[in-house]
Design a protein around this ligand. Structure first.
Ligand code: NDP
Length: 397
């Protein structure tokens, strides 16, 4: 594998740390340009030194001073703030790992694409909110979007673009999360600690809550629609509690191609870092001798109705996808802050969607502005007592 110039956006997060681990396992193959974080100066400084990165960028200006001190004499260039993050995303690179959490990653991803870097995309929320713009920009700049999300990475590996007309369905698998066998009465009183305790994956807090509500799978249906240009009715979801079959593609001759692997993000990360070659990973490997069962079962849409909302958003138009994501990000944070209950998360999103109207969103600026409006309305709704289901009322979006 030839040496790749790479930047890691969100290097201090769960995906970011796994990316650093994979890179360090074959450090001679990578030339790290920038590493970025929101406010974790300590870990960012450590990573910048270990990776011998050219730049370390911290989005929160309050963390600039500690970062500068930690990296003094190291030769790593240090900067802070949103503008510095956008500049870092634009640095000439072969590959940018997009691992920021949430919609905040949209503009950095667009900058990376405009600079002509291929993008390893973990950060799904920007694609959900701005899929048509992101994919059009990638096409315009001849950039490949490599999906890091294990399900989309699996699909990418078995999706034969030359046989596109023979592809009938994408089947995304979902672990079902920690509450798969709970009833709604118990979920009503589920705590943040219970919700982030995922049975198979170790992830950041937001995506862990999304996995518990199945909102993660809902976001992934929208992500798959844009990444693979598949109609919503040709994207299905099945529960697969073992998280070994990461997803499947069904062809018109009846063949169903699946990708399997241990539930370890280092495998899809290594796939993207090595692409178009394969590289060895320091991650867990599948021991087929130890696999007793590979179960697949349908989703209980009465218990988890986030998925249904995602399909409705796709049929209603891109503005609904923006609202879907923005309302969820606010509701998840409110749940983690113990302002609302677990079931209120998806109820809040549904309520905001009911008030959403179609918008013409032609630019990133339009989307950022609409996203902001939805966030304000969702926060207002929550502070007005979203947890009390009888009193829900917000102004029309
Ligand atoms: P984490 O919360 O663990 O990490 C998020 C990273 O983004 C951190 O480096 C954080 O910095 C940084 N960050 C957060 N907010 C901002 C901001 N406003 N501006 C700049 N940087 C910011 O998230 P995960 O690693 O779990 O997830 C990252 C993305 O990847 C998400 O979109 C998620 O859905 C997706 N994903 C994650 C998977 C996983 O296994 N974790 C699997 C598949 C997809 P700091 O540390 O300083 O706060």
């Amino acid at each position: 594998m030839s040496v790749k110039k790479i930047s890691i956006l969100g290097s201090t997060g769960s995906v970011g740390q796994s990316t650093v681990e994979v890179i360090l396992s074959q450090a001679e193959c990578f030339d790290v340009q920038a590493v970025t974080a929101h406010s974790n100066a300590e870990l960012l400084a450590q990573q910048a030194k270990e990776l011998n990165a050219s730049q370390a960028i911290i989005a929160d200006p309050a963390a600039f001073k500690p970062l500068k001190e930690l990296l003094s004499g190291s030769g790593v260039e240090v900067s802070a703030g949103r503008e510095a993050l956008l500049e870092a995303a634009s640095m000439p690179c072969d590959l940018v790992m997009a691992a920021i959490m949430g919609f905040a990653g949209l503009e950095p991803i667009m900058k990376a694409i405009e600079a002509g870097a291929n993008v390893a995309l973990a950060n799904k929320e920007p694609l959900v909110a701005a899929g048509p713009l992101v994919m059009a920009a990638a096409q315009k700049h001849s950039v490949t979007i490599l999906p890091v999300d294990s399900e989309h990475n699996a699909v990418f590996q078995v999706f034969d673009e030359k046989q596109r007309r023979a592809i009938e369905r994408i089947i995304l698998t979902a672990s079902g999360g920690p509450f798969r066998s709970w009833d709604r009465k118990d979920m009503e009183v589920a705590t943040p600690e219970q919700a982030v305790a995922h049975p198979n994956w170790v992830m950041g807090r937001k995506i862990s809550v999304d996995s518990a509500t199945l909102m993660n799978k809902a976001l992934e249906v929208i992500e798959a629609h844009y990444l693979f240009d598949m109609k919503p009715e040709n994207i299905d979801v099945l529960i697969h509690p073992q998280s070994i079959i990461h997803s499947m593609v069904e062809y018109n001759d009846g063949s169903v191609l699946a990708q399997m692997g241990a539930p370890d993000m280092k495998t899809p990360i290594a796939y993207c870092l090595g692409w178009p070659d394969r590289m060895a990973t320091p991650g867990n490997k599948l021991d087929l001798n130890k696999i007793i069962n590979l179960e697949l079962e349908p989703v209980d849409n009465n218990k988890f109705y986030a998925l249904k909302l995602a399909y409705e958003c796709l049929y209603s138009g891109p503005a609904f996808c923006v609202a879907f994501n923005a309302a969820n990000e606010i509701a998840v944070q409110a749940f983690l802050d113990k302002q609302i209950g677990f079931l209120d998360i998806v109820d809040t999103v549904r309520h905001i969607l009911d008030k959403t109207e179609q918008q013409s969103l032609k630019s990133v600026a339009n989307i950022v502005s609409f996203d902001e409006t939805v966030r304000e309305l969702t926060s207002h709704y929550i502070s007005g007592g979203a947890g009390n289901r009888e009193k829900k009322e917000v102004h029309a979006v």
